[in-house]
Design a protein around this ligand. Structure first.
Ligand code: TEU
Ligand code: CA
Length: 558
C-alpha cells in the first residue's frame, strides 16, 4: 500500500463561526483561529479542515457562497487568511478548504445574472425550467432540507432547482463553462499553497438529463436521478486531470448515502478521482431511511457497518475517512457515549474507536474535550436553516406533535454541533468577550479546554496520547483489520496487523461489567499494554469494566 502524508495525518475540523472570536463581535474569525493554532499543534493535529470562510449571506452556515475568492467580512480579510495559511504551515500543519460547488448562493453574481432575460450568458449555469404555472414544479424532487427542491422566480417566471435551501441554487455541471469556472477557482486556492479540499456533497453534482420525476419515497424524492449521477466520475476525473494532479494535495468527498462498493469507484487509486469519501452509513445507525426518524442504535450494528468499510476499503485499494462528528451531526458523546456516569470513560472509548481503525481520523472541534449536545429549552433555540425548515414542515404540513418535534430536533439538530467552542471557565467559555452568535453550552464551567489540558486523566489528554501513539505505531495506520466477537452486543474487539506486528483493541460499549471470551489466537499470544482508560494490569482481561478500553501490542519474541 502506498504510504502518504494524508494517511499518516489526523485532521481537525474547524467550524469558524463557533471556534474563537478575536474582536468581541460574538462571531468566530480567522484571527481567532490563528491565536489557537498552537493549541492544535499541541494536540498533535497535522491537517486542519476549515469549513467555509468565503463570502456568504450565511443562510446555511456559509455553505451558500456568493464569492468563492473572497473572505466573509466577519471572518477577516484575505491578508489574514494568508497569514493563517503561513502560520499553519510553519507549525507543520496543512490546510484543506471546503469546496462547495454543487450549488452557489442565490446572491452569487452568476445566479443574479442568470435571472436576467434570456438570452443571457449565465442562464445555463443553473437549472431553470418553465412550467404551466408558478404552482406547478418541473418535477417532484425534494430538498434535503424538506419541501420541494424547486423555487419559482416571479420575475423570470421560471423555477430553479435547489437541492438544499432556496438560497442555494444547484449549479449545472453539464454546462462546460461552469466546470471551467470551478477549475479556475480551485487553482486560485491551490496556488496560494493550500493542501487539498473537502468536497461538499460531491456525489450529487451530476443530474440525469431531462430531470425525470423520482419514484415514490417518503423523503428525498428524486434522489436516484442525481446520487452518483451519470457523469459524476467524468467530472471528477476531469478535475483531477486538469487541476488536482498538478499539486501535492488530498481530497475527501462528502458522499450522502453511498455504499462501500460504490465508494471504491471514487477512491480506488487507479480511479484518479478522490482520495477518500465521507460516508454516512454509521451516522444512519440510529435512524431509519431519514435522519429524523430516530430509533435506538445497537453496538452490533455500528461495528458491523464500520468493519464492513474497513474490509471493503482494504480489499479494494481505498482509504477510509474516519469520523464520529462534524458540523452536521449531534455530539458523539451524547449520541454513542454515556454523559451521566461514564463521561470520561466513554469519551475515551470513542476516541479509541476513532483513532485505531485504518483510515484518516477526523476530529471535530470540541470532540476532544467531550462537548455534549445542547440542552434546548424551546423551539426558538433551533436556529439552523435545516432545523427551521424541518420544524415548519413537521408542524404545518405533517401536523406532528410539539413533543415529538422537540425531542427529535433536540437529538439530531445540527445546532448541537455548532455551539461555541469551550475554551475556559471565564464568561462565554472564553469564546467571545461580546454576545455570542449562538448560546454557549451551560456545562462550560466543567467542560473546557483549560480544565481538560490540566487534568492528566482527561478526555483531551487521551486524544493527545492516542494521536501520538498512531505516530509511533505504523500498525495503527497501515495495518490490516480483523474484527472479533462480531455478534457480541456490547464488546467491540479487533486487531490491526502489519507484518509481524499486531495491535489488539478491546472496548466495552456498556455500563455493565462484561465477561469476555476471546478466540484462541488471541489468548495464546503474549500481550503488552499500550493504553487503557482504567488503572489496569497489562494482561488479557476476562471481564471488562463499563466503557473500558484496552489497546494491547503483541510482545516481540526477542
Ligand atoms: O451536507 C450535506 C448533507 O447531506 C447533510 O449532512 C446535510 O447537512 C443535512 O443534514 C441533510 O439532512 C453538506 C454540508 O456539510 C452541510 O453543512 C450543508 O448544509 C450542505 O452540504 C449543503 O451545502
Ligand atoms: Ca469576530
Amino acid at each position: 500500500m502506498r504510504h502518504t502524508w494524508y494517511k499518516d495525518a489526523v485532521v481537525y475540523q474547524i467550524y469558524p463561526r463557533s471556534f474563537q472570536d478575536s474582536n468581541g463581535d460574538g462571531i468566530g474569525d480567522l484571527q481567532g483561529i490563528i491565536n489557537r493554532l498552537p493549541y492544535l499543534a499541541q494536540l498533535g493535529i497535522t491537517i486542519i479542515w476549515l469549513s467555509p470562510i468565503y463570502q456568504s449571506p450565511n443562510d446555511d452556515g456559509g455553505y451558500d457562497i456568493s464569492d468563492y475568492c473572497a473572505i466573509q467580512k466577519e471572518f477577516g480579510t484575505m491578508a489574514i487568511y494568508d497569514e493563517f495559511l503561513n502560520r499553519t504551515h510553519q507549525l507543520g500543519m496543512k490546510v484543506i478548504m471546503d469546496l462547495v460547488v454543487n450549488h452557489t448562493s442565490d446572491e452569487h453574481p452568476w445566479f443574479i445574472a442568470s435571472k436576467q432575460e434570456q438570452p443571457n450568458q449565465y442562464h445555463n449555469y443553473y437549472f431553470w425550467r418553465k412550467t404551466q404555472s408558478a404552482h406547478q414544479t418541473p418535477n417532484n424532487w425534494s430538498s434535503f432540507f424538506g419541501g420541494s427542491a424547486w423555487k419559482y422566480d416571479a420575475d423570470k417566471k421560471q423555477h430553479f432547482l435547489h437541492l438544499f435551501s432556496p438560497k442555494q441554487p444547484d449549479l449545472n455541471w453539464g454546462y462546460p463553462p461552469v466546470r471551467e469556472e470551478i477549475k479556475k477557482m480551485m487553482r486560485f486556492w491551490l496556488d496560494k499553497g493550500i493542501d487539498g479540499f473537502r468536497c461538499d456533497v460531491i456525489t450529487i453534482i451530476s443530474k440525469k438529463p431531462g430531470l425525470p420525476n423520482g419514484r415514490f419515497r417518503l423523503v428525498l424524492k428524486g434522489f436516484e436521478h442525481y446520487a452518483n449521477g451519470p457523469h459524476v466520475h467524468d467530472y471528477l476525473q476531469e478535475l483531477h486531470r486538469d487541476v488536482l494532479s498538478h499539486y501535492d494535495v488530498m481530497t475527501v468527498g462528502e458522499a450522502t448515502f453511498i455504499d462501500a462498493k460504490t465508494a471504491l469507484t471514487y477512491v480506488a487509486e487507479d480511479r484518479k478521482e478522490l482520495d477518500m469519501v465521507i460516508h454516512f452509513d454509521h451516522m444512519n445507525v440510529d435512524s431509519i431511511s431519514n435522519k429524523w426518524l430516530i430509533v435506538p442504535w445497537h453496538v452490533k450494528k455500528l461495528k458491523k457497518i464500520l468493519a464492513h468499510w474497513q474490509y471493503e476499503m482494504i480489499r479494494g485499494g481505498g482509504w477510509n475517512c474516519l469520523y464520529f462528528e462534524n458540523h452536521d451531526q449531534p455530539r458523539s458523546l451524547s449520541r454513542f457515549g454515556n454523559t451521566e456516569t461514564y463521561r470520561v470513560q466513554s469519551g475515551k472509548l470513542l476516541a479509541t474507536y476513532l483513532l485505531t481503525q485504518q483510515g484518516t481520523p477526523f476530529i471535530y472541534q470540541g470532540q476532544e474535550i467531550g462537548m455534549e449536545n445542547y440542552p434546548f429549552q424551546s423551539f426558538d433555540d433551533f436556529i439552523d436553516v435545516e432545523a427551521r425548515r424541518i420544524y415548519t414542515l413537521g408542524k404545518r404540513v405533517l401536523h406532528l406533535s410539539d413533543e415529538f418535534l422537540f425531542k427529535t430536533l433536540s437529538y439530531m439538530s445540527r445546532d448541537n454541533a455548532r455551539t461555541p467552542m469551550q475554551w475556559d471557565s471565564s464568561v462565554n467559555a472564553g469564546f467571545t468577550t461580546g454576545h455570542p452568535w449562538m448560546k454557549v453550552h451551560p456545562n462550560y464551567p466543567d467542560v473546557n479546554v483549560e480544565k481538560e489540558i490540566n487534568n492528566p486523566d482527561s478526555i483531551w489528554n487521551f486524544y493527545r496520547q492516542l494521536i501520538a501513539l498512531r505516530k509511533d505505531q505504523p500498525t495503527l495506520i497501515y495495518g490490516s483489520f480483523q474484527l472479533f466477537l462480531k455478534n457480541h452486543p456490547h464488546l467491540v474487539v479487533y486487531q490491526r496487523l502489519l507484518e509481524e506486528d499486531i495491535i489488539l483493541v478491546l472496548m466495552n460499549f456498556s455500563t455493565r461489567i462484561i465477561d469476555i471470551r476471546l478466540p484462541r489466537s488471541v489468548t495464546q499470544t503474549r500481550w503488552q499494554l499500550l493504553v487503557s482508560n482504567y488503572a489496569q494490569p497489562s494482561e488479557l482481561p476476562r471481564r471488562m469494566q463499563p466503557y473500558e478500553v484496552l489497546i494491547l501490542k503483541k510482545k516481540s519474541n526477542a
